[in-house]
Design a protein around this ligand. Structure first.
Ligand code: SAM
Length: 247
């Protein structure tokens, strides 16, 4: 059952939310594919580091997370659902961190002047560039955007979807740093859309997601605008406040 907790202001969204979701065998196959990709990453990451692990995965498997494979509905539904959580407006500068092959980055393109997708995988970035020919306002860059604060805040929308749980040592202190670094890239009033797996609430992945989103909700420079629980993810929309807190 979808659950949404919104703040006081409810505005029109970029798109209409997709309707109900009933799992089929194909959807189960999607999760098997995704968990194979995740265990390949976990194995290779220990030996070669995260960037090389993702490079290997993207070099070996085309679209390893089934983002645009027509037989799987989950990711496309997720993307449409995420767009439906964003207020309708023209965005000037959008950043999609951990964008992979750019499937969602391209979905953001019609609503923005410029969209930048970043990732730690060089292979993913090179494939994303090829897939995005015909999207003149979309660019990609191999940049570890989470590791340091920005000198200048230029983005009015940042998306961080299904990326954080691949990072090592994701304790509260590290998450506080990451939330601060991301907030430093947002102009005052700019939005952050944070998305992570959420299944039954009591399983390990859901508990990690809850703890992660709670750190962002408590970040000194971010105010929570809305939170949406969907099958099978949690999405939190946060707004950069104009309080000045040691950036
Ligand atoms: C499951 S994919 C998600 C892609 C996209 N965000 C989506 O929702 O379709 C995870 C991506 O996160 C990237 N990634 C992992 N760790 C990262 C980090 N520390 N910084 C940036 N990207 C990272 C991986 O290379 C991979 O492309």
């Amino acid at each position: 059952m979808p659950q949404t907790h919104k703040g006081p202001a409810q505005t029109a969204a970029l798109v209409t939310a997709p309707g109900g979701f009933f799992m089929t065998l194909r959807d189960v196959a999607f999760w098997i594919r995704s968990s194979r990709a995740d265990s390949a990453i976990n194995g290779a990451r220990r030996e070669h580091g995260a960037a090389a692990a993702f490079d290997r995965l993207y070099a070996r498997t085309s679209d390893p997370f089934g983002a645009e494979l027509p037989q799987y509905r989950y990711q496309q539904r997720k993307y449409n659902s995420l767009l439906s959580m964003l207020p309708q407006r023209r965005y000037r500068n959008v950043l999609d961190i951990g964008c992979g092959l750019g499937a969602f980055t391209r979905k953001l393109a019609p609503f923005a002047d410029a969209v930048l997708g970043t990732d730690i995988s060089e292979v993913a970035m090179s494939q994303a560039r090829k897939l995005s020919i015909g999207y003149p306002n979309v660019k990609y860059s191999l940049e570890p955007m989470l590791e340091a604060p920005a000198d200048e805040a230029v983005f009015d929308l940042i998306v961080l979807a299904d990326t954080l749980y691949y990072m090592d040592s994701l304790n509260t202190e590290r998450l506080r740093c990451i939330s601060h670094n991301i907030a430093s890239r947002l102009v005052p009033g700019g939005l952050l859309l944070l998305v992570n797996h959420f299944f039954f609430g009591f399983d390990r992945a859901s508990r990690q997601t809850r703890a992660t989103h709670d750190v962002f909700r408590c970040a000194p420079l971010l105010d929570c605008v809305a939170e949406h629980r969907r099958a099978f993810f949690l999405a939190t929309v946060l707004r950069r406040s104009d309080r000045k807190v040691g950036l």
